[in-house]
Design a protein around this ligand. Structure first.
Ligand SMILES: [Zn+2]
Ligand SMILES: [Zn+2]
Length: 357
């Protein structure tokens, strides 16, 4: 119903009454607020506890998240924690194994009344005041914040229907499908840099309209990291806002995966893929590259082992020598990755006997 009114209702309204600049702005502002409520609040704070904050921000994020109409924090987190713990099995509510449509929206449409009320594994959240309040007044918050406020804004500039269509119906449709794309497309297309055994993928493109949630392969590998896009240029506004708030001590205990573990998972994924490729190459290429891959892999393992020894707590490392070593390890491992990637590219071009990879 929402998408029908959101897309067709708004289109018909535009056809007859045009657009005033308030309306797309209203959509963007409410999209940002409700989207951040889901990513910063429902997902990274409540479901994964990837950082801590004060009760006030918990309330703000609970209210913002409610405006997205994606159910209560408890139900959302219960489903999401199952998605991580039981990925690609029967117990994964939005398992991609059951097909793209099921992972995208089918699981919502097929939900039985019994399933809708099934909430497990979220005892740690139940005592939070924001969540107790939301459980009592979820629809009140969603309707007042998500529909009545846009309506009041619309009344102020004389186009209440336009405001509700843009700020509520179309906006909720977009927020829903952006979230759903993470469950479907981010388990279907994209790179698997950190874990090749998972169906989850990294997609910078989906991050652009999901506040940074598109780096899903990384997120499945390290779900308690407060970042999803780890490089400085990765579009992850949720990460940026959480970091900025930590300067003002509004957020704290930001959980970050240690660098050597990130490089380790990257290396293991690259190595597994390369070995598979080598096994599928002709004998000449196997002879040419097998020893080289083995030497590079041994060096990578040695570096990662030494890195692990000094990376116990990067933040407290003050010694000049340790910092110098970290810098060296980082540049050496990057060089090895470059060489391994080059071999991988050469095998792609000429060496593969079969096209199975
Ligand atoms: Zn996922
Ligand atoms: Zn997650």
């Amino acid at each position: 119903m929402f998408p029908l009114i959101g897309i067709f209702g708004t289109s018909i309204y535009i056809y007859f009454y045009g657009v005033v600049w308030y309306e797309p702005i209203l959509l963007l502002v409410f999209w940002f607020i409700s989207g951040m409520g889901i990513t910063m609040g429902y997902h990274r704070l409540f479901s994964h506890k990837s950082y801590q904050t004060n009760t006030f921000l918990e309330w703000v994020l609970m209210i913002f998240g409610s405006l997205a109409l994606e159910n209560t924090v408890l139900k959302w987190s219960s489903d999401h924690r199952k998605h991580h713990s039981f990925s690609e099995t029967e117990d994964d509510p939005y398992s991609i194994v059951k097909g793209f449509w099921h992972a995208h929206i089918g699981w919502v449409l097929k939900n039985t009344t019994e399933e809708k009320s099934r909430i497990v594994g979220v005892k740690d959240l139940e005592k939070k005041s924001a969540i107790i309040f939301q459980n009592k007044y979820y629809y009140h918050i969603a309707i007042i914040g998500g529909v009545l406020i846009p309506l009041l804004i619309g009344l102020m500039y004389g186009r209440p229907l336009g405001a509700v269509l843009w700020g509520s119906f179309l906006r909720i449709t977009l927020v829903h499908h952006a979230t759903f794309l993470i469950n479907s497309l981010c388990h279907y297309k994209g790179k698997r840099t950190y874990d090749s055994s998972s169906t989850s993928r990294d997609s910078w493109f989906i991050s652009l309209f999901t506040f940074g949630e598109g780096y899903h392969n990384y997120h499945h590998k390290f779900p308690s990291d407060f970042r999803n896009g780890i490089s400085w240029f990765a579009f992850d506004p949720s990460k940026w806002i959480i970091s900025i708030l930590s300067f003002f001590r509004i957020t704290s205990h930001l959980r970050k995966t240690k660098d050597h573990l990130i490089f380790k998972s990257k290396f293991e994924t690259l190595h597994t893929t390369l070995i598979e490729k080598l096994n599928n190459s002709n004998e000449m290429y196997q002879n040419l590259y097998k020893d080289k891959v083995s030497v590079l892999s041994n060096s990578a393992n040695d570096i990662l082992l030494s890195w692990q020894k000094i990376d116990i707590n990067v933040n407290s490392i003050s010694s000049y020598i340790d910092k110098k070593h970290l810098k060296e390890y980082r540049s050496e491992i990057k060089k090895i990755f470059k060489d391994l990637h080059n071999i991988s590219r050469k095998l792609n071009k000429r060496g593969l006997v079969t096209n199975t990879i």
